[in-house]
Design a binder for this molecule. Structure first.
Ligand SMILES: [Fe+2]
Length: 160
């Protein structure tokens, strides 16, 4: 169902923006779920700090899921981000729930951050091309946080 939007942009601009936002919501939702699996399953050296850190990062990612999905409703459409739809439509790989070691979680998560950030970048360009600077701004904030926290997760994998 379509609702009125306060955005002055027309359907021609909003339709591609909403489609791009939906893909971001699917990928960030899948990312959020994966980080939580890591948060719960991590054991071994540094387990307690990984547990806390992954919990903190999951909360940041969830904040962006909510912002971007609400943005869809501000543009006059409805959220369809059920778990079934997320599982069907995400471009992220399935998270390996058998991982235990913190470093292995970091390695798997960095790749997921990379893929999700590519989705955000494409959506950001679509918002820009269609003159939706407000959506663009939300996507920039989300991408900045993915780069910030994805880098911090990746820092665990660097030596020398
Ligand atoms: Fe927890």
């Amino acid at each position: 169902m379509k609702f009125d939007s306060l955005s002055p942009l027309g359907d021609e601009q909003l339709t591609p923006v909403v489609a791009a936002l939906r893909q971001c919501v699917y990928d960030l939702s899948a990312l959020h779920a994966a980080i939580y699996v890591a948060h719960r399953n991590v054991k071994g050296p540094g387990a307690e700090s990984f547990h806390r850190f992954f919990g903190e990062v999951a909360a940041v990612v969830f904040g962006h899921v909510d912002t971007l999905d609400e943005r869809i409703t501000q543009l006059g459409e409805q959220s369809d981000a059920t778990v079934e739809q997320v599982a069907k439509a995400t471009t992220l790989p399935k998270y390996d729930a058998a991982i235990v070691d913190g470093m292995k979680h970091c390695r798997a998560l960095v790749e997921m951050f990379r893929t999700a950030n590519e989705t955000l970048h494409s959506a950001r360009d679509i918002a820009d091309d269609n003159g939706d600077q407000n959506t663009f701004d939300d996507l920039v904030q989300a991408s900045k946080d993915l780069e910030k926290y994805g880098t911090r997760i990746g820092n665990h994998l660097v030596s020398g």
